[in-house]
Write a protein that binds this ligand. Structure first.
Ligand SMILES: C[S@@+](CC[C@H](N)C(=O)[O-])C[C@H]1O[C@@H](n2cnc3c(N)ncnc32)[C@H](O)[C@@H]1O
Length: 231
């Protein structure tokens, strides 16, 4: 079955202006001060025992990491979600699965990201992030966020960054950010278009299953981290 087409629009002039303003003002150290007195969990040391590592940001109920960790036992999968219901249920589901290469943390992912060593991840996935529609909240979208450049730093050369959304505008902004952010030159786009609905039991995450069941078109962007000497 052919997936429905999914147009990813160029962001409008106002969005471009606001993104560029946000990048020029970004001060990650200052942003992270809000967590300086918070007790944050440690990253699971056993995650780093695996040579190949994948991180799912805002993993919801963990469908993606549960399935992929069963398919790829030599890769470690870590999901992080802060939601009071989804994050808690995800951790329970992961503990119940009792799979050595599967890890889950019920916490906010933003202050956790600086804990990862540079170039320690083979894959980062972001499935159906909250679109933060009201313009006054757009600073919370990944494309505007001061943490965005860190995602690229954490990915190994040749590693991948995948983002899927039912919101075309969101992917348009993310695509613009990865192409124009002054600190994201290492990321090369490899795919932009509809999600793959041909795999058996399509629907990598709970939101994706819901969108497929209700006929909501979804799109995806994929990027690969360049080697230093690759243009
Ligand atoms: C729309 S849901 C998608 C969940 C899942 N990825 C899926 O596709 O089924 C967005 C998820 O991101 C989580 N989230 C948003 N911001 C987050 C943050 N800063 N840290 C951790 N989780 C976050 C929310 O709790 C929510 O579960």
């Amino acid at each position: 079955m052919q997936p429905p087409p999914f147009e990813i629009p160029h962001p409008d002039a106002d969005a471009v202006r606001q993104m560029e303003k946000a990048w020029s003002r970004a001060d990650l150290t200052r942003y992270l001060v809000r967590w300086q007195n918070s007790v944050l969990p440690d990253l699971p040391p056993a995650f780093f025992d695996y040579p190949t590592r994948a991180l799912d940001l805002g993993c919801g109920l963990g469908r993606y990491i549960l399935r992929e960790s069963a398919r790829n036992p030599d890769t470690a999968y870590l999901g992080i979600d802060k939601g009071s219901f989804r994050g808690g249920s995800m951790q329970e589901r992961i503990e119940k699965a009792g799979r050595l290469n599967l890890f889950g943390l019920h916490t906010n992912v933003i202050p956790m990201l600086p804990k990862f060593p540079a170039a320690s991840l083979d894959q980062i996935t972001i499935f159906y992030p909250n679109p933060w529609w009201p313009p006054k909240h757009r600073q919370k979208r990944w494309s505007y966020h001061p943490i965005l450049p860190l995602l690229a730093k954490l990915i190994k050369p040749n590693g991948t960054l995948v983002i899927a959304s039912n919101e075309a505008f969101y992917l348009g902004e993310f695509r613009y950010a990865l192409a124009h952010h002054p600190h994201l030159g290492s990321m090369m786009e490899t795919y932009a278009g509809p999600i793959d609905i041909t795999e058996p039991e399509a629907g990598r995450t709970h939101f994706e299953v819901k969108f497929l069941e209700t006929g909501v078109p979804c799109g995806e962007l994929r990027f690969k981290k360049r080697h230093h000497n690759q243009n």
